[in-house]
Write a new protein. Structure first.
Ligand code: UTP
Length: 288
């Protein structure tokens, strides 16, 4: 059993129906924010937080993700010939080390909990991170790094955001045991509660540090909200057996699983880039 977090799971088996027709043949996780696919933001965040093994839970129609993290010799040769050293370095640096990536398939998209369960043999007895590519963060310190810096090597942790109003019903929500500064001890969790019944304002967002204990619940294949095998239910059970904490994340999160969140992320990340900022801001000013 290893308590330092060196493995990460990237569940990318979902259908991405909110982005049809774009996602009919293209994986949602390959949609770009400016010029980089969502999944690459997540992989870079994991690598910079110390992750060494990258486990993708894919599904049908997701081979573009495997190709993206593979070497394209033709492209490398072409960029070399044209002296495009920046682009060449970007391509080379974005590739995980040989043997660091593993792929397994979720044969049917039965829910996020089921996707994580599909990685159980690759996880074994290790504590592991989960990153949902849909959520990307703009922050001084990356979301996963904030979590790993606060993680004491026992139990698990989820990233949380305080959500005001009825929007809380779109999330997995914490039932709070007690709070200590940025950390919130979890008593339980509820998936997509009715607004008036939400146990708190703390919503789980797409980063997790999990223990293999969670597979004991997921092994039972119990369906929850939306007739899906929910990670939230598995977390709620695990938090009753081990210490699980929510960590309030500093920075801005973009929910790129929704159209508005995705478009906002493109604008914010473009404005953050020296080569694009002026042009984008000038264009946006024409609307005001
Ligand atoms: P979402 O809940 O956003 O579902 O999944 P989705 O299918 O991707 O998108 P919509 O709602 O139809 O538009 C959150 C993350 O969990 C993964 C998705 O790929 C996404 O990264 N996921 C979801 C799976 O890997 N398998 C599943 O069965 C469900």
């Amino acid at each position: 059993m290893r308590n330092s977090v060196k493995k990460a799971v990237f569940p990318v088996g979902g259908m991405g129906t909110r982005f049809l027709p774009a996602t009919k043949a293209l994986p949602k996780e390959m949609l770009p924010i400016v010029d980089k696919p969502l999944i690459q933001y997540a992989v870079e965040e994991a690598a910079s937080a110390g992750i060494e093994e990258f486990i993708f839970v894919t599904g049908r129609g997701k081979t573009a993700i495997e190709d993206h993290f593979d070497q394209s010799s033709e492209l490398v040769n072409l960029l070399r010939k044209r002296n495009k050293s920046n682009e060449l370095n970007n391509i080379i640096n974005s590739m995980p080390k040989p043997g660091a990536v593993a792929y397994t398939r979720q044969q049917e998209p039965l829910g996020l909990g089921h996707a994580i369960w599909c990685a159980r043999n690759l996880i074994g007895e290790d504590t592991f991170a989960v990153l949902l590519a849909d959520d990307i963060f703009m922050s001084k310190k990356s979301c996963l790094k904030q979590m790993i810096d606060q993680y004491d090597g026992t139990g698990g942790m989820v990233a949380v955001e305080e959500i005001e109003g009825e929007e809380i019903s779109s999330y997995g929500v914490l039932d709070v045991d007690y709070k200590e500064l940025k950390k919130i001890k979890i008593k339980g969790l509820v998936e997509k509660p009715i607004f008036k019944e939400a146990p708190s304002k703390y919503a789980v967002v797409g980063r997790y540090i999990l223990t293999p204990k969670i597979f004991e619940y997921l092994d039972k294949q119990i369906k929850g909200t939306g007739d899906e095998i929910q990670l939230t239910d598995a977390l709620s059970w695990t938090a009753k057996h081990e210490d699980y904490f929510g960590l309030k994340i500093e920075g801005e999160r973009f929910d790129c699983g929704s159209k508005v969140g995705y478009l906002r992320a493109n604008i914010a990340f473009a404005i953050d880039r020296d080569d694009l900022s002026n042009d984008i801001l000038n264009y946006l000013r024409t609307f005001i």
